[in-house]
Design a protein around this ligand. Structure first.
Ligand SMILES: C[S@@+](CC[C@H](N)C(=O)[O-])C[C@H]1O[C@@H](n2cnc3c(N)ncnc32)[C@H](O)[C@@H]1O
Length: 270
């Protein structure tokens, strides 16, 4: 079963949805299948605020990418990208610099054809199916090399990727190996779900209703997320709830931004 698939169980029947396409649906995209729609409804029933958090996350990525592009970054490597939807990394970076280049990497081969269709006509943006735990394998991939020169500074994005890397796989070591591969002047941008009681409760309700089995996710505290930036210069305001990471004036956001347990940060390699 691909990494992004939700594992159907018991009363859930034969519903075989995909987490990347469900997120795409919540972000207003139209490349979902009936099973994705059905699972999205089940998740919404148990965790009604989850689609809203996903949209908040997308707004964060756009702010992070704009920030990086305005600081002269022209190469972006989005690890665990999901689908390159409308308004995602390549669109945002090119609003600042039309020459920006983006490699999207995801382990889930079942979204490759949708990703290719979304990138059609987008020169300098590629979607690559690869396991980003293999740092050298990603950086040496011909489609990554086509748009990214790893000897020049680049930005690595990890938006809810570490959620999929359990402690038993040493996520700190994983992040450190990426930081080691980045030349000086590069950036790491991240967001990571925290131990949100409502999200945890939603998972429990979901399982008790036999709606299916959620993919194993690893929620981490703000302190743990901050530790991932060890060895990097943290950009102001540090690791904070995502809505508080350099919010733009006059944008609609959650009413309780400080209480959102979804943490964001950007660090620079000196
Ligand atoms: C929660 S989604 C985030 C999608 C996207 N970054 C966004 O902001 O909408 C996490 C993605 O990471 C991918 N993923 C999980 N483990 C991975 C790995 N080892 N290598 C590459 N991608 C992975 C999953 O397939 C999934 O699409």
């Amino acid at each position: 079963m691909p990494q992004g698939a939700l594992d159907p169980d018991g009363a859930a029947g034969e519903v075989v949805p995909n987490i990347a396409r469900i997120r795409h649906l919540w972000l207003g995209g139209d490349r979902h299948r009936p099973d994705d729609g059905e699972m999205a409804r089940r998740i919404e029933l148990c965790g009604p605020h989850i689609p809203y958090l996903v949209r908040e996350q997308r707004a964060l990525v756009r702010r992070q990418v704009r920030f990086l592009a305005e600081r002269g970054i022209t190469q972006f490597l989005d690890l665990g990208s999901g689908l390159p939807d409308q308004g995602y990394v390549h669109h945002t970076a090119r609003e600042v610099n039309p020459e920006s280049r983006v490699a999207y990497v995801d382990i889930d081969g079942s979204i490759a054809s949708d990703a290719a269709a979304l990138l059609e006509g987008s020169a300098n943006a590629r979607f690559v199916v690869a396991d980003c735990r293999d740092v050298a394998g990603v950086l040496d991939h011909p489609d990554v090399r086509a748009v990214l020169d790893p000897t020049e500074p680049f930005a690595v994005l990890m938006t809810e990727l570490l959620l999929h890397i359990p402690d038993s796989e040493n996520p700190e070591g994983f992040v450190a190996s990426w930081v080691e591969a980045m030349p000086s002047g590069s950036y790491l941008a991240m967001s990571h779900f925290g131990e949100d009681d409502q999200v945890l409760e939603g998972f429990q309700i979901f399982e008790s209703l036999k709606f299916g089995r959620f993919p194993r996710v690893n929620l981490r505290s703000r302190e743990r997320v901050a530790e991932f930036f060890t060895g990097l210069e943290l950009v102001e305001p540090g690791v904070v709830p995502a809505p508080l990471w350099r919010p733009e004036p006059n944008t609609e956001t959650v009413r309780n931004p400080a209480e959102v347990r979804m943490y964001a940060g950007v660090g620079r390699k000196g």
